[in-house]
Design a binder for this molecule. Structure first.
Ligand SMILES: Cc1ncc(COP(=O)(O)O)c(C=O)c1O
Length: 509
């Protein structure tokens, strides 16, 4: 994506540009350019209304004016402001500034006429080229709500309560309402959320906690950290989530051996797809086990109309920046319907505090979420329902393009979403023996891919003490051997997806 910032006089000149140019600027669906106007400025020219929905305000930050002196021009200030946009921006000017050129920081100053030519060329070229293909495009989302994010962040700077400021409670209310649980407790990360849940349910030495080997390390790490034993259960090869039939066998087996006490289950909603909670909950009830739902990748996904993470005794999620709902740093949250557990979780979040902070009644953590992250998440949550829809549309486009290839070759497994399940598509992951060739072919065109996860948890060095061997959990091992994740974000266009799928198809014999 490229940014064009128009000085006020350039806007006035632009409004005199040919009809079709104006039409293409104001028309919907132009995904390759972002247009900005610096404020304050003198924008009371006729016709501006038509452009108002297309242009975004560029805030002039304090730093840009702090070194202002007689020799600093308005253009210099705008250039410095332009550096706060996610990538090098072009400042569009009228002829009077046309000899300003490019600065050391890379923002280019271009006369309007020249820019219009460039714009026309880009539009007629269609696909904008490889350098525009991020794996997850956080910049586009940021630009969409930038003004509201800035306002929220400035409010925090204004009130100065960086720890447990009012935004934390406001966010917790919104999160609980969105998921449909009684309590949401904001915390420092998804890892903190899991740890808080395990501490609240008193997992410890001698306890067996059943979980999946096909996940991110934090799921098993937190169980192990408290001295409990992660018992890994193989996955369903289609959903890639824990296989409930194998779960039941594993619980019965631990009981028969009698060395560990079965205490709980930590299912993971992998890549945004809820695990099979009908089956898991019935096993939990039968064997008197608690459930901590690891919905780090699935905040807001749903099954039979209920949202993740609302399926466990406690639910945990992550707002790591790349997650479907991401902050601008580490953040997470814990969910529960149980009043007593909620109180314990709130205490654990702040060093096990009791009625006040110097009355510690249990061993806890420093697991608070920063107020700034809560402020950012409040704005992101606002557009999240719409982004979930966009994510589903992007996934559907991928599926539509790839299904014929899967059917023709029989060598491509697409994501499987059972009926009544709605994924939030933290990743779009496909399985194929040709994954390495796909990675190479896409990277030649500057298109990034990732592999989640190349080593299942039971084969990691850190877990060697558990005594697992290759071959113990064959479905997870096979998935680790042939999985690849494609670029995915809510603003990915059909054209780009088509292009990626064309390159993927070229790899198959
Ligand atoms: C399944 C799973 N669990 C836990 C976590 C940990 O979350 P965080 O990175 O916020 O600590 C992640 C994040 O990567 C995850 O994917």
């Amino acid at each position: 994506m490229r940014h064009a910032i128009f000085l006020a006089d350039a806007i006035e000149a632009l409004l005199r540009a040919p009809e079709d140019v104006l039409h293409s600027l104001t028309g919907a669906g132009d995904n390759d350019w972002e247009f900005w106007i610096p404020v304050p400025d003198r924008l009371r020219c006729p016709g501006l209304g038509a452009l108002a929905n297309t242009f975004r305000p560029l805030t002039i930050p304090g730093a840009a004016v702090s070194e202002f002196n007689e020799t600093t021009s308005y253009l210099d200030i705008v250039r410095r402001a332009a550096r706060t946009l996610p990538s090098g921006a072009i400042v569009i000017v009228t002829a009077q500034f046309s000899n300003e050129g490019t600065t050391d920081a890379g923002e280019q100053v271009l006369p309007l006429e020249e820019w219009l030519t460039l714009y026309a060329q880009d539009r007629s070229a269609g696909y904008p080229g490889p350098s525009h293909d991020p794996f997850i495009d956080l910049a586009r989302q940021q630009l969409r709500i930038r003004h509201r994010l800035e306002e929220r962040m400035l409010q925090v700077l204004g009130h100065g309560r960086y720890i447990m400021g009012k935004e934390i409670e406001e966010l917790e209310e919104h999160l609980a309402g969105f998921i449909g649980v009684k309590h949401a407790i904001a915390c420092g990360s998804g890892t903190d959320a899991l740890l808080m849940g395990l501490l609240a349910l008193e997992a410890g030495p001698g306890d067996a906690v059943f979980t999946t080997p096909f996940t991110f390390f934090a799921t098993v790490e937190t169980i192990a950290l408290l001295g409990a034993t992660p018992v890994m259960v193989d996955i369903d090869p289609l959903t890639l989530n824990i296989d409930p039939e194998k779960l039941e066998h594993a619980v019965a087996d631990v009981m028969k051996r009698g060395e560990l006490k079965p205490r709980g289950i930590v299912p993971v909603d992998l890549f945004g797809l809820p695990a099979d909670y009908d089956a898991i909950r019935s096993i939990a009830t039968r064997y008197d086990l608690w459930i901590i739902e690891d919905a780090a990748q699935a905040f807001g996904a749903s099954y039979k109309g209920k949202r993740c993470p609302s399926f466990g005794t406690i639910g945990a999620t992550s707002f790591f920046p790349a997650k479907p709902l991401g902050a601008y740093g580490d953040a997470g949250a814990v969910f529960t319907d149980d009043d007593e557990l909620a109180e314990i979780l709130r205490s654990i979040r702040i060093h096990g505090q009791g009625v006040d902070r110097y009355n510690n009644i249990r061993i806890g953590l420093n697991a608070r979420m920063d107020t700034l992250q809560a402020a950012i998440l409040l704005e992101k949550l606002h557009i999240y329902p719409e982004e979930i829809e966009l994510r589903q549309a992007v996934a559907q486009t991928y599926l539509d393009y790839l299904r014929p290839l899967a059917e023709r070759t029989g060598e491509l497994q697409l994501p499987f979403i059972p009926e009544e399940y709605h994924s939030v598509w933290a990743q779009f992951s496909i399985r194929t023996p040709h994954f390495a060739a796909i990675q190479t072919a896409l990277s030649k065109h500057g298109i990034p891919t990732a592999r989640y996860y190349p080593v299942p948890m039971h084969l990691l060095d850190a877990m060697a003490y558990l005594g697992y061997h290759r071959g113990d959990l064959p479905q997870a091992e096979q998935a680790a051997a042939d999985i690849i994740s494609l670029p995915f974000h809510p603003y990915l266009t059909k054209e780009r997806i088509a292009r990626y799928c064309e390159i993927i198809a070229s790899v198959f014999p």
